[in-house]
Design a protein around this ligand. Sequence first.
Ligand code: HEC
Ligand code: CU
Length: 437
Amino acid sequence: MENNRSNIPSISPAAVVVAAVFLLVSVIGINWFTTFVPEVLPAQASAESKSVDELFYILVIIGGLVFFLIQGMLLISVIFFRVRDDDRSDGPTYHGNPLLEVVWTIIPALVVVYLAVISFNVWNQNSEPKAAVNMINGEETVIRVTGARYAWTHNYETSRLNPEGEPIVINSGDKLHTYIGQNVDLELRAQDVIHSYWVPAMRVKQDLLPGNPDTGGRPTEIRFTPARVEGVEYPAEYPIVCAELCGDGHGRMRGTVIVYEDEAQFLEQFYEPAIHAILNPPADPVLRGEIVIQEYICNSCHTLDSLGWSSRTGPSMNGIADRAGERVAGQSAEEYIATSVWNAQAFVVPGYTEQMAVFGPDQSDANKMSAEQLYAIVAYLCTQGEQSDCDNENSTVAIPEAIKTAFGLDVDITFGQGDSEAESAASETSEEAGESE
Ligand code: HEC
Ligand SMILES: [Cu+2]
């Protein structure tokens, strides 16, 4: 059979019209898209967000043009170069067209290199270490973030000292407190698997790698500087999201960035009250426990209605005080709860696996827990039940010798400051009352 087509098909005027219409549609479409995108993207809440968005637009425009070009050519080919009804022949054989091939290799290569260079520049500029990071009262502060299935914890290692002369660490749970213009530089650590710290409004995202830093694990860093957003009332809140699928609770692994208007507001509304609360904990251990327990990642695994927790990796804490006394023969409710927290592996609740994190004075960061904190948590959990098995009444909790030894305690703990005598007197009375029941 003779091939009656010329080697290079001629382009009909109709094809040119279709191509022109397509180009017009794509230009209008992209233009419309770029005016509409800012409505979809979150506010530009950091100094870095402008350059990230610019990069995004360039990528969208180039990607959009390529998309419309290819789809347009496909459409034109389908309409104008489709096989005729009576044509059963093979298509013509084309031999190379070196000029065309060089052109269609070099242009995309240049585009890709251009995109790589501008992307690298933005990344480089935004992740560059800054001087004077995490400034609070004129001093640099280390802020550590721990990611664990399925919660974030933020720890501020402040320059303020407690009465023992150690730096005060503020644990603000799943909230990062910062202020406009503060050069935030977070040290990120994963406790179990890879997580990713993503603050869409700040246009930053960084993976966390598992592994204890003392044994070769590597903390990662994330940097951004909150910027003022017009028309927003401060303090403003922006979500933190885990962007690395880390298990079945991944979707609820969230936190909040709270941006204050300036350092003064930050100090007044967050920092000073937090320091004050640490230096002057409520004397009532239950009140103290309610604060302390929220500084840990217990909410990432447990359900507890009174604090709004709804995780299911571990057993529910609702009514825990009613069950605690019967879990392990010979263990009192307080003893059981305390043991569950500092050494969960000692008894694994039927139906669950050994997934609970270890807490204790020798653990690091998010899992570091002093005996005082443990006592407070036990006191608080002892109130979670109808007929609590615990024999305390909002006061001192009887903790066994084994735990005192484990936590290196040689004295009895007194909650709060000042009126500890009144406190322990009250506790003796209530303990006696409890025993006589
Ligand atoms: C990584 C997930 C995880 C975290 C974080 C976690 N737990 Fe657990 N917890 C578990 C699991 C799983 C169990 C059941 C298995 C076991 O007993 O070890 C459990 C058991 C318990 C129990 C015993 C419950 C019962 O019904 O007998 C208590 C009490 C408890 N956890 C308290 C806490 C407290 C307080 C915290 C925070 C300081 C905490 N847990 C943090 C997963 C977790
Ligand atoms: Cu995660």
